[in-house]
Design a protein around this ligand. Sequence first.
Ligand code: 5RP
Length: 214
Amino acid sequence: MDREEQKRLAAVQAMRYVEEGGIVGVGTGSTVAYFIDELGKIADRIEAAVSSSERSSELLRARGIRVVDLNGAGTIPVYVDGADECDPHKRLIKGGGAALTREKIIAAASQKFVCMIDPAKRVDVLGKFPLPVEVIPMARSYVAREIVKRGGQPVWREGVVTDNGNVVLDVHGMRIVDPVATEREFNQIVGVVCVGLFAARPADVVLIGDQVMA
Ligand code: 5RP
């Protein structure tokens, strides 16, 4: 089965966690696009969505789903998103689509975080996928130097500006054996807005194609 079909199957499965009549948290990416397709089929049975990116908001509205501000939504019952890597403890690298900050905010504000991946994204140790870090533009070079001191090789994702007006550094060469500690450490670098490690708040459920990860 190819990767796209695995992503689509995970999106179909994710629908089981959606509460009818409620607000759904929606991530960003190609896997999420399949999920939004599925969500569109029950657009009249959900109240609204909170969205992690302008891209997802457009897709949601195109399928007749109302997009509301997180500030007025309270605690979200379920947040559904993809990931770039997932370890056996459901800790993730995210941000390949540069939406990491809003994704992390909605994940934090949600009771349940359902993550959809294809099998190629399963790893024992996070870090083969370059770790995205969202940075305030004027701090880019400073943050890059600080990351080098910590053993990473940052590469500026040139031409990409996040929905928050910031830039992204992709950090290569990391073998992240303690993701919670690395997330904390990177968060403390002045100028970092968000690091794409979802370890302090990992996923609650990981769907791999049509399987649920134990
Ligand atoms: C966007 C993300 C995505 O969830 C991640 O990049 C996976 O994307 P895809 O489903 O296209 O493989 O974190 O910021």
